[in-house]
Design a protein around this ligand. Structure first.
Ligand SMILES: *Cc1c(COP(=O)(O)O)cnc(C)c1O
Length: 403
């Protein structure tokens, strides 16, 4: 028996069973549909990409996995070298793990221990954003601010070590003024908050955050698990404002296999480097640096560069803006577009009830949540396919009269 994610198992609707997938298309026994959410935002090259398939197959013939404790191998060495040149600034030190949540845990642990290693035991608190989502493990839930998790945190106890602020500069300045002595880090999903409702905000907030972090010696962490690899229309938001720690996941492997990386800059790395074993980073996921994951991640980055994905993403944004330009409805609060993400926020979650099946019947897989109907398409999507995704959204409102 499978226990499905985020579902009341008694009332959940049967999931669509996928028997094959190719490009942007998912196939069931009954029909084909465009995956408008890229399997939780990860499948940026679409399904069954020849270069990614080849990378994972040929590595399987050598070895699928060896542990990184006491061993190393070419795919993990090549990937860390590749990331070092691909990522901005001195984000050079790659700690691999098996999922985004774990990579965030590692980043938070790095930030806390960075100060512990310096003998500064006062800096126990984390600054984060309202509506933040950083994963489903306990510390990431605590740092996050997703309504759906509050019930469990109430049972777990109060949030003692996390301060949440909105994405507004005055609130940011006030928090630093008040808490700078006890903060070890400020963690954000930069520019685009995903699971908290596809909320978009301005780069000026992050520029100010960088200044304040420098002024008060607080580490800045970008959780780019969702935004990394082009989703915001930037390769990484870290290209615009440089964090001390950068976390990548989801699209890192082109959606082929779970893997993530926490990348530290020289300052953070040096905070651990020395002769004292007690100052080492005590972490080591069993499957960190998995050879299949590293091989497919390398192939993914090569395709991303070679096929100029940034111009593809700009095209997706242009088409989306053009198609959504005159689209309004009294039930819609806002239509937000950034890079390869479009979100239609409605006033009342009931407005979206039944949308998934409606879209399925029109050849689109969609998974709205709460008041948010969104698309984060694979970057290889054609104009015609993208228009089909957007038209399906528009038809839903056109075909459903106001109550
Ligand atoms: C999805 C996500 C995570 C968690 O990643 P998992 O691989 O699901 O553990 C963390 N942070 C952000 C911003 C995410 O979107």
């Amino acid at each position: 028996m499978i226990w499905y994610p985020y579902e009341q198992m008694k009332t959940m609707k049967a999931p669509y069973k996928i028997i094959d997938a190719q490009g942007v298309w998912l196939k069931t026994e009954e029909r084909e549909m465009i995956d408008s959410v890229s399997s939780w935002w990860s499948v940026i090259h679409g399904y069954k990409h020849p270069a990614l398939n080849e990378a994972i197959k040929s590595q399987t013939d050598r070895f699928a996995h060896v542990m990184l404790g006491g061993l190393t191998h070419e795919p993990v060495q090549r990937l860390s070298q590749k990331l070092q040149s691909f990522l901005p600034g001195d984000l050079n030190y790659c700690f691999f793990s098996d999922s985004g949540s774990v990579a965030v845990e590692v980043g938070l642990k790095m930030a806390l221990q960075y100060f512990v290693n310096r003998g500064d035991l006062k800096r126990t608190k984390v600054l984060s954003l309202t509506h933040a989502y950083h994963g489903d493990t306990f510390k990431t839930m605590e740092v996050g601010d997703d309504e759906d998790y509050h019930f469990i945190l109430e049972a777990y106890g109060e949030k003692k070590d996390v301060i949440h602020i909105p994405t507004e500069i005055p609130a940011l300045e006030e928090a630093f003024e008040k808490y700078h002595q006890v903060l070890n880090c400020f963690i954000v999903e930069p520019l685009l908050q995903g699971a908290g409702g596809m909320r978009m905000y301005d780069i000026s907030f992050l520029r100010r955050a960088r200044e304040l972090c420098d002024q008060y010696g607080v580490l800045l962490i970008f959780d780019e698990v969702a935004t990394g690899f082009g989703r915001t229309g930037n390769r990484f938001v870290a290209d615009l404002v440089l964090p001390d720690i950068l976390i990548l996941g989801k699209a890192l492997t082109g959606g082929y296999i779970g893997h993530a990386v926490t990348v530290a800059n020289t300052k953070v790395y040096d905070g651990f480097y020395g002769d004292d074993p007690a100052q080492a980073l005590m972490h080591g996921p069993t499957f960190m640096g998995n050879a299949l994951a590293c091989s497919v991640a390398l192939a993914s980055i090569e395709v991303f560069e070679r096929e100029d994905y940034m111009s593809r993403i700009r095209r997706i944004e242009e088409i989306t803006r053009r198609e959504m330009a005159d689209f309004t409805d009294p039930r819609i609060k806002e239509v937000r577009i950034m890079g390869g993400c479009v979100c239609v926020e409605v006033y009342d979650a009931h407005t979206l009830k039944g949308y998934q099946q409606f879209a399925y019947e029109r050849g689109v897989f969609s998974r709205p949540f709460l008041q948010y109907l969104y698309a984060m398409v694979p970057y290889i999507i054609s104009e015609e396919e993208l228009v089909q995704v957007l038209n399906t959204m528009k038809e839903w409102f056109a075909g459903h009269r106001l109550p």
